[in-house]
Every structure is written in C-alpha cells, then in structure tokens.
Design a protein. Structure first.
Length: 71
C-alpha cells in the first residue's frame, strides 16, 4: 500500500524522522483492522478507494506518541 520509496515522506509529515517504517507499519495494521483482512493483498479492488482515503486521513495520536517514544 505504501511503497518503500514513499515511506520517507511519512517521517516528515508525522514529524517522526527516522521512524518511517514504524509509521508505515502502523498505517497498514490500522487499514487491515478497519477492512477486516489478514493482509493488504486480500483487500478487494472495490475497497481500494476507501482504504486510500483512510490512509490519507490517518492520524492516531497514541500510536505516534509510542513510535516517537521508541526512537
């Protein structure tokens, strides 16, 4: 869902430089839970737009605080 070459933008946009992989994993995990699938690859094509919108507006303060605390 989030290409490796785009993950660096996550650290900048969430003010967590160096934590890009952790942020991408948190977003993937949240999308999987929201959509009820075991893997992002199981996501039906008709649900792509919903999942992408969820990724665009994703903001989980508790998760980001925990990720920043680990860094």
């Amino acid at each position: 869902m989030i290409p490796e070459n785009e993950q660096w933008k996550l650290g900048v946009s969430y003010r967590a430089p160096g934590c890009e992989k952790a942020v991408a994993n948190a977003i993937r995990r949240d999308v999987r839970l929201m959509q009820g699938v075991q893997s992002i690859r199981e996501l039906p094509r008709c649900e792509y737009a919903v999942a992408l919108q969820h990724v665009r507006i994703w903001d989980n303060y508790k998760t980001m605080k925990a990720i920043k605390g680990k860094a």
